[in-house]
Design a protein around this ligand. Structure first.
Ligand SMILES: Cc1cc2nc3c(=O)[nH]c(=O)nc-3n(C[C@H](O)[C@H](O)[C@H](O)COP(=O)(O)O)c2cc1C
Length: 169
């Protein structure tokens, strides 16, 4: 092993599975953010943590509503995942621009994302400050799966610089 600048070692984490999260602003407008930083943190109850930059529109949405949905896109959802990972819900309606019909959730108001392998409805329990991102931890209150037999989308090596996620190389 040789010591390198921290930023030079971070790409070794690739490939990273892509996660989408839907959220909603306080006026009820739905939004989607593309995430690389997501994990399940508990089995009973099932809980998820997502790391959201303080500058993201999604940060405001989740903080204001106390809800989010974690969804796993299929491998053919790369184009919309890229779009939702570089545009902001402050400027565009991502559901509309991606031709996605927001699907009603069972236990929360935030809609599900169609086409994904699974959607997990989460109610926000905790927020932790961590550098330039916040970790939101939510309890899963309902789950939905699709009949899709496709694989999950992974970040394609070389397309994105994960040191500055969302930035085109
Ligand atoms: C592959 C990929 C992974 C990303 N991972 C994260 C992440 O884990 N956390 C985060 O805050 N932003 C992440 N981003 C950047 C956001 O998706 C991006 O800034 C988005 O435009 C924010 O949208 P919003 O302003 O509507 O919330 C990622 C982007 C891409 C393309």
């Amino acid at each position: 092993m040789k010591e390198v600048p921290i930023k030079d070692a971070l790409p070794k984490k690739r490939p990273i599975p892509v996660t989408l999260a839907s959220c909603m602003d306080k006026n009820g407008k739905p939004n989607i953010i593309t995430l690389g930083w997501e994990m399940q943190t508990s089995i009973k109850p099932v809980m998820f943590a997502i790391s959201i930059g303080y500058t993201r529109y999604s940060y405001e949405c989740i903080r204001d509503t106390g809800e989010f949905v974690v969804a796993y896109p299929t491998e053919d959802m790369a184009e919309m995942s890229v779009y939702c990972g570089k545009e902001s819900g402050r400027d565009v309606d991502k559901f509309k621009e991606c031709n996605l019909e927001p699907l009603p959730a069972a236990r929360i108001k935030t809609p599900l994302i169609p086409g994904c392998l699974a959607n997990f409805e989460c109610k926000l329990l905790h927020e932790y400050e961590t550098g330039d991102h916040a970790i939101f931890v939510g309890e899963c209150v309902a789950a939905h799966v699709s009949e899709e037999k496709k694989g999950r989308l992974y970040i394609i090596d070389g397309i994105y610089d994960l040191g500055g996620v969302g930035t085109k190389e």
